[in-house]
Each structure stands twice: as C-alpha cells, then as structure tokens.
Design a protein around this ligand. Sequence first.
Ligand code: ARG
Length: 420
Amino acid sequence: MSEKVVLAYSGGLDTSVAIQWLKEKYGVDVIAVTIDVGNEKDFSAVRQKALKVGAIKAIVVDAKKTFVDHFVFPALQAGAVYEGQYPLATALSRPLMAKLLADAALEEGASAVAHGCTGKGNDQVRFEVGINALAPHLRIIAPAREWGMTREQTINYAVRNGIPVPITVSSPYSIDENLWGKSIECGALEDPWVEPPEDAYTWTKSVAKTPDKPDYVEIGFAEGIPLSIDGKDLDGVSLLQQLNELAGRHGVGRIDHVEDRLVGIKSREIYEAPAATVLLQAHQALEALVLSKDQLRFKQKAAIEYADLIYNGLWFTRFHLDLAAYVKSTQRFVTGTVRVKLFKGTSSVVGRKSPYSLYNLSLATYDKGDKFDQSASVGFIHIWGLPVRNQAQIQLLGQEDGPLGLSASRSKPRGKKAGK
Ligand code: ARG
C-alpha cells in the first residue's frame, strides 16, 4: 500500500498539477481536501476535478461558520488590521486550514500534508507552523516550492498530463478569497506605480458605476459581535455575505497596500474587503462610545500585536490566548447600534447608540440642560498648569528656547519702514 498524503486542494492549476506531481515524484496516494471558507465556488465541481486528475479521494469541508465565529469575529473584536490596511482575510483562514488538514491526515491515516504555496509568501509559513504545532509527526511537502516550474512550464506539464487548464489561467492575477475579503496579487499589480486595472476588482464597483443614492445600514452589535442588519438578526455567514454585496455595490472596501511579508519581501497587494471595512469601522465607532480613553489607547496597541500574530502565523500560541482574553474582557459593553452610510466608494459612520454609552449630553451640550460646572475649570487649570508654570520659571524663560518659538518677535505692522 502506498503512503497517503493529504493535499490542500483549491481546484486551481497549481494544486491540480500537484496531485499528478506528488504521485510521480513521491509515489504517494493523494487525498484532496478542499476547505470552504466562503470562496464562491462550485465545490462539487472542484471535488470531481480532484478525482479526475488523480486523487484517490476528495473531501470538501464546509468551514464557513467556524471561520466566521472563531477566526473572523475575534479578529474584528480585536480590531486586527495589518499595517493599518489589511484586514487579514487570507491570513485568518490559514490556521483553520492547518487544523482541518491535520485532522484529515489523522482520520485518513496519512503521513504527510501537502500545500500549493511557493517559497516566497506568508502562507507557507502559516500552514507549516500551524501543522507543526498541532501534529508534529506529519511531514510537509510543498510541491510548488520544490518543482521550480514557471507558470508556462506548469501549464505545459498540465497539458502533457491531461490536466484541464482553466481559462481563468489567462487571468494575470493570483487570487485568494473568503468571507472576510479577497486578496489579489501578481500581473500588472507588481509595479506599485501602476494603477490597479479595473479588472483586478470583482467584488467592488468602480465609483463611476456606483448608485447615485446612498444606502444606510444599521449594524447591531452585542459584546463586539455583529448580530443584525437593519434590525434583522442574521447568522454571521449571511451577515458577511449581505454586507459584502451591499458595500461592494457602493465601491466600498478597495485597498491598495504595499506590505511587508514575513520573509522580508515588500509586495504590492490589492484587497477587496467591503464587509470587513464597514464592520471594522462600525465596531471602532461603537467602542469610541463605550470604552474609556485609557481602554481605547491600550486596545490600539493590543490590536497591532493581534494583527501581527495573525499575519505572522502565530495563531496556535499562548500569547494569542493571553491577548484574546484581554480583548474579550474589553468587549463586555460593546453593545449597541451603528448607522453607516455607503456612498461613492466610502462608508461613513453617521450614527451610533448604546445602552452603555459613556456619552453624556448634559455634560457635552452647549445648549440648555448643561450640567457641567464651568467654574470648576478654573481650579482644574490652575493645578494642571502648576508643573508647567514651575518649570517655565526655573528652566525655560530667558534660556535658549529651540523649537518653542519664544524668540520670534511680534511682526512689525505693515507699511512702516523698519527703523523709522
Ligand atoms: N499577502 C496576503 C497575506 O499574506 C495575501 C496572500 C494571498 N495569496 C494569494 N494567492 N493571492 O495574507
């Protein structure tokens, strides 16, 4: 009996070629495992294709709900965005896939897991660090990292071996998508000076083609989790699907990012993330209403750490558990509704409310009903300014003032000649 290998199978050219290549090079039986995280695809066709090109078994795992509940929404609660731009759709799916691939390998009695990543990206790291953490006895094979074929050679290999080459192979882009967003790279995008061609975008309309009337959506959150749209309760998967569609129609969620990969390369990536853009914005707006200034500040730092650990493939760590516990604690009062306006490529928060809102109109108002004791400000300023006054007397006035602008003299009135 030959050795069995579980292959992460997308149905694309590379992983289809990998099935044949693994058989040829390693003499193994390939079990194709395809994981549905909301990439719009005909999964039964993908399964059939795996079998047709030589897999001994093909499994499709519907992981949409798990992906949303255990990966996407915790990242939303954390406010995790890599380098201030990338909501981490691809990166979040990898640890889940690593787990499901390891599970499949154990169930099928496979001794190795294979994936289609090249040796230049982040995904190889995320897959392998994840699998090594969960099932260190499994060997990992990365055909596309080993075979050293160019795109053209891969196509020729496919043709020689009767592997169907999809017409989409003519698409110049490398694409990965799931419910949290779509990642697009390669082709014309590799030159960061070149504006992304319109055909790189499929989820979002160009502003020229968006409706001339805005749409308003009300997103209901409970403890930082979005639960409803316009008052209607929705499961997470449907909520993301609806919001991707609606915000995409208004051209919301296009991201053009020159990012820093884990392997040291700067790369230009285009992302489409309509739902992620709207939800991250709405969630942040709600937090601004219910968290204190100190909580908001510290949470921003935690968000950077959280985004980095997701990006860097460190999902299965105690550090992650520690950070997640902190984030969960911050979400206790992040309950309420946020109204977002979608129009001409932008989403804007135009309203927010919460039963736990710290916004106090009787303190903030300039109209009647003002309860803020303005006379108390006199004493506050006196004490707040005390160390400033003290230091100015002793160390500042009459000294070299550098950038403080103290030596700038009053400008002379215009029209008068100096010295007269
Ligand atoms: N640069 C992103 C990341 O590392 C996306 C990678 C997506 N892969 C792709 N084949 N387009 O998370």
